[in-house]
Write a protein that binds this ligand. Structure first.
Ligand SMILES: Nc1ncnc2c1ncn2[C@@H]1O[C@H](COP(=O)(O)OP(=O)(O)OP(=O)(O)O)[C@@H](O)[C@H]1O
Ligand SMILES: [Mg+2]
Length: 313
C-alpha cells in the first residue's frame, strides 16, 4: 500500500510506523494522538475561517448599505440641481414669452382700432368685419398655444414620445425664436435629418434651449458683428446629429475641460448657475442614451447631439 497524503506520511514517520510492518502499541497510540491533534487543529482553523467570513460578510453588508445611501443622496442632489436649472430657465423663458406675445398683441390692438374706426365713420362692412374677427381669433389661438407650450414644457410628468429633430427645433423656436431675433441674431436652419426617435422630447427641448441660450449669451457678451446661430441636422449611418454652432469666438482649452461640470460658469454679469450643460449632458447621455459633444469651428463653439438611429428608450 502506498500513501500519497504528505501529512499522513509525516505522522506515520513521527510515530515510527513503517508501512508493511505491524506497529507496536506505543507507536500506534502516538500515531492516533497525532491524528487527533490534526483534527482538532483543522476544526480550530475552520472555526476561525467561519468567524472571519462572518465579519467579512457583515462588513460587506455595511459597505453595500453605505453605497445605497450615497447613491440615493446623489439622486436627490441631481433632482435638486434639475429643479434649480429648470427654475433659472423658467425665469428666462417668461421674458421670451413676452417677446413672442408682442406681435400678436399689437396685431389684435390695431385690428380692434380699425373696427372701431369703421364703426365711428359708419363704414362697417360685414365681410370686412368677419375678416378682422377671424384674424383676431387666430391670433388669440396663437397666444393660447404659446401658453400651452410653456406649461407643457415645465410639466414633470412628460414621458417618451415619437419626435423628429425638426419638430423639436420648431417647438423650441416657437418659444424663444422671436426673442433671439429681436436681439439682431440670425437663426440659420439647415434641417436634413428625417429620422424620428422615441425619446424624452420635453427634456431634449430643454437641452436645445440651454445650448441656444449659451450661444446667444456669448454673441451678446462679445458684441459679435453679424451674429448667427446655426442649427443643422443630418443622418449618418448609426446616428442622427443635431449640431448648434455660433460665431461667438469659441471656447478656450482651459474652459472646455470644465463646461460640463456642475456649477461651472464664466458668466459673472448674468449670474449663470453653471448647471445648464451639466444637466444637458445627463439628459442626452443617461436619459436619452445618446451623446453630447462639444468642439470649436473657425468662428465659434459647436455642440452636437447624437442620437442612435431609430433610438428607442
Ligand atoms: N456657445 C458657447 N460659446 C462659448 N462658451 C460657451 C458656450 N456655451 C457654453 N459656454 C461656456 O460653458 C459654461 C457653462 O455653461 P452652462 O450652460 O453649463 O452654464 P451657464 O450658461 O454659465 O449658466 P446658466 O446655464 O445657468 O445660464 C459657460 O459659462 C461658458 O463659459
Ligand atoms: Mg447656460
Amino acid at each position: 500500500m502506498t500513501i500519497t497524503n504528505k501529512l499522513l506520511k509525516r505522522q506515520l514517520k513521527k510515530a515510527g510506523i513503517k508501512l508493511g510492518t505491524a506497529p507496536d502499541k506505543e507507536s500506534f497510540e502516538k500515531f492516533l494522538s497525532l491524528v487527533e491533534n490534526s483534527y482538532t487543529e483543522n476544526n480550530d482553523t475552520r472555526r476561525m475561517m467561519e468567524y472571519s467570513l462572518d465579519i467579512f460578510s457583515q462588513e460587506m453588508r455595511e459597505a453595500v448599505d453605505e453605497l445605497e445611501v450615497a447613491h440615493k443622496e446623489v439622486e436627490k442632489k441631481d433632482k435638486l440641481m434639475f429643479q434649480q436649472s429648470r427654475f433659472a430657465q423658467m425665469g428666462e423663458m417668461i421674458s421670451m414669452i413676452a417677446h413672442q406675445w408682442r406681435q400678436p398683441l399689437n396685431f389684435i390692438g390695431t385690428t380692434t382700432a380699425a373696427i372701431q374706426f369703421d364703426i365711428f365713420f359708419n363704414k362697417l362692412d360685414k365681410d370686412e368685419l368677419l375678416k378682422h374677427t377671424d384674424n383676431i381669433a387666430k391670433q388669440s389661438q396663437y397666444l393660447s398655444d404659446t401658453i400651452d407650450d410653456f406649461r407643457n414644457f415645465f410639466r414633470n410628468d412628460t414621458g417618451v414620445e415619437d419626435i423628429s429633430y425638426s419638430e423639436l427645433i420648431d417647438s423650441v423656436l416657437n418659444i424663444i425664436g422671436e426673442s433671439i431675433e429681436s436681439k439682431g441674431i440670425t437663426i440659420i436652419k439647415d434641417l436634413k435629418s428625417k429620422n424620428t426617435f422615441t425619446t424624452y422630447s420635453n427634456e431634449l427641448k430643454h437641452v436645445i434651449i440651454n445650448i441656444i441660450k449659451n450661444a446667444e449669451d456669448i454673441l451678446l457678451e462679445n458684441k459679435v458683428q453679424n451674429p448667427y446661430i446655426k442649427i443643422t441636422t443630418y443622418d449618418e449611418e448609426l446616428h442622427s446629429i443635431l449640431a448648434i454652432s455660433d460665431n461667438g469666438g469659441g471656447i478656450s482649452e482651459d474652459v472646455m475641460e470644465k463646461i460640463f461640470d456642475p456649477y461651472f460658469s464664466t458668466k459673472t454679469k448674468k449670474n449663470g448657475t453653471g448647471l445648464g450643460l451639466y444637466m444637458s449632458k445627463i439628459i442626452v447621455e443617461e436619459h436619452c442614451t445618446g451623446s453630447l459633444q462639444v468642439g470649436n469651428t473657425k468662428d465659434g463653439a459647436e455642440f452636437k447631439i447624437l442620437l442612435k438611429y431609430n433610438a428607442q428608450i
